[in-house]
Write a protein that binds this ligand. Structure first.
Ligand SMILES: O=C(O)C1=C[C@@H](OP(=O)(O)O)[C@@H](O)[C@H](O)C1
Ligand SMILES: C=C(OP(=O)(O)O)C(=O)O
Length: 418
């Protein structure tokens, strides 16, 4: 249990570790390459270790240098057999992206996860793989892990994919598709959620010399017969995690900057700062440091389909705003580390805040929240978002604070230093 002490915080600039999404992708692309890559500023967290270990099982050699840089010797698109089940905890990104890589092998891989991961969907990805003759099945027939993927057929071609619950399926197909003889054309059954993560996949693939592109709103293509090039790459800071510090500025009135944020970042969660601006904060991006300074906040109406990981921080901030905040198009939050719509609303209600939910939205009416014991449902983002509330409210206790190790093991250290 962690007690967050409400306090006055000073204006300051913080440094956030590397992006989880970019770290997963760079490790995978480096493993898919021939030769040695150096990846700088890789996030050191539970989920990234799971991706790393799996890539090692598949034949990549990965060494950590003292400064945290990872040196990756790739297996050139030919993963080696691994007969034992591979455990991926509750890392959806590892599970879905690595299922795509497993499809490149010629022997079966079994991918499984913890209790929650075994409830998270991936039937849509299994169906799309099946359409290009890759045997991909859920052992429980419910479309959830454990899954067994057996590659062998590398013809590729055209497939159909439903990305209404996760964009990670499409990222998986794009990364693997470059090795298929005919490449891969992926038609979507409708718009994808979490679009910026797809753009991030295309961008990291490009950095490793592989082209893939969006043909239309609902069609993507990756030409076949391409190879990933090894080299040196750098992971930028994690902007989902930057959001807890910008939210700290928003709720306390301090001016909190996050260092090393490029204006051209493709991470969707850069938008968090601008949602806080819409709520009344001042945002100042001077090229390197992006600062959010809090002022009296007011409710907003936002579509957060593209930025699911930022929802808990925005929702908690909304508890301190005048009026109602409506967060729309977030049905996919129900299949994350926990049902995040339910978790956020139930814990805000415990704090005396009116929080109403619908199938794919929530509405939070700001007020005067009081202390509570916050249940985190083993979800890092619930823990970090409610820690922010503790800066303004006495007696916020966060249950199971170590769950932040999934994406941000140094969170408490940086947060306590505020
Ligand atoms: O591809 C990625 O790196 C991610 C995509 C998003 O998931 P969905 O596409 O399932 O919404 C996001 O929530 C997750 O934290 C990371
Ligand atoms: C949803 C998340 O991650 P994943 O899907 O990789 O478990 C997250 O980090 O908020």
């Amino acid at each position: 249990m962690k007690l967050v002490i409400s306090r006055k915080i000073h204006d300051q600039v913080v440094k956030i570790p590397g992006s989880k999404s970019i770290s997963h992708r760079m490790l995978i692309c480096a493993a898919l390459a021939d030769g040695i890559s150096q990846i700088y500023n890789v996030l050191d967290s539970q989920d990234i270790s799971l991706t790393r270990k799996t890539l090692e099982c598949m034949g990549a050699q990965i060494e950590s240098r003292q400064d945290g840089t990872l040196s990756v010797t790739g297996f050139g698109g030919r993963p080696k057999p691994w007969p034992d089940p591979i455990h991926l905890g509750n890392s959806g990104t590892s599970m879905r992206l690595l299922a795509g890589i497993a499809a490149l092998g010629s022997t079966p891989y079994t991918l499984t996860g913890d209790e929650r991961m075994r409830q998270r969907p991936m039937g849509e990805l299994l169906d799309a793989l099946g359409r290009i003759r890759i045997s991909a099945a859920s052992q429980n027939n419910e479309g959830t892990p454990p899954v067994v993927i057996q590659g062998g057929d590398r013809a590729g071609g055209r497939t159909l994919l439903d990305c209404s619950r996760s964009s990670q399926y499409l990222s998986a197909l794009l990364m693997a598709g470059a090795f298929f003889d005919q490449g891969l054309v992926i038609d979507l059954t409708g718009p994808a959620v979490s679009q910026p993560y797809i753009d991030l996949t295309l961008d990291v693939m490009k950095q490793f010399g592989v082209n893939a592109f969006q043909v239309s709103d609902t069609c993507y293509e990756v030409p076949g017969g391409q190879t990933y090039s090894s080299g040196s790459r750098t992971v930028e800071p994690d902007l989902s995690n930057a959001g807890y510090f910008w939210a700290a500025g928003a709720v306390t009135g301090a001016d909190i900057g996050v260092d090393n944020i490029g204006t051209a970042s493709l991470q969707g969660d850069l938008k968090q700062a601008y949602i806080f601006e819409k709520m009344g904060c001042t945002v100042n991006h001077d090229g390197r440091v992006l600062r959010v300074k809090g002022h009296p906040l007011h409710g907003v109406d936002v579509d957060m389909s593209d930025t699911p990981d930022a929802v808990p921080a925005v929702a908690v901030t909304a508890a301190f705003a005048e009026g109602t905040t409506r967060i729309r198009n977030i049905g996919h939050l129900r299949v994350k580390e926990c049902d995040r719509i339910d978790a956020v609303c139930s814990q805000l209600t415990k704090m005396g805040i009116k929080a109403v939910q619908g199938p794919d939205f929530m509405e939070i009416t700001g007020g005067t929240p009081h202390g509570a014991l916050i249940e985190t449902f083993n979800d890092h983002r619930i823990a970090m978002a409610f820690a922010v509330a503790g800066l303004r409210v006495d007696d916020i206790k966060i249950e199971n604070p170590v769950c932040v190790e999934k994406s941000f093991p140094t969170f408490w250290q940086l947060f306590d230093a505020l």
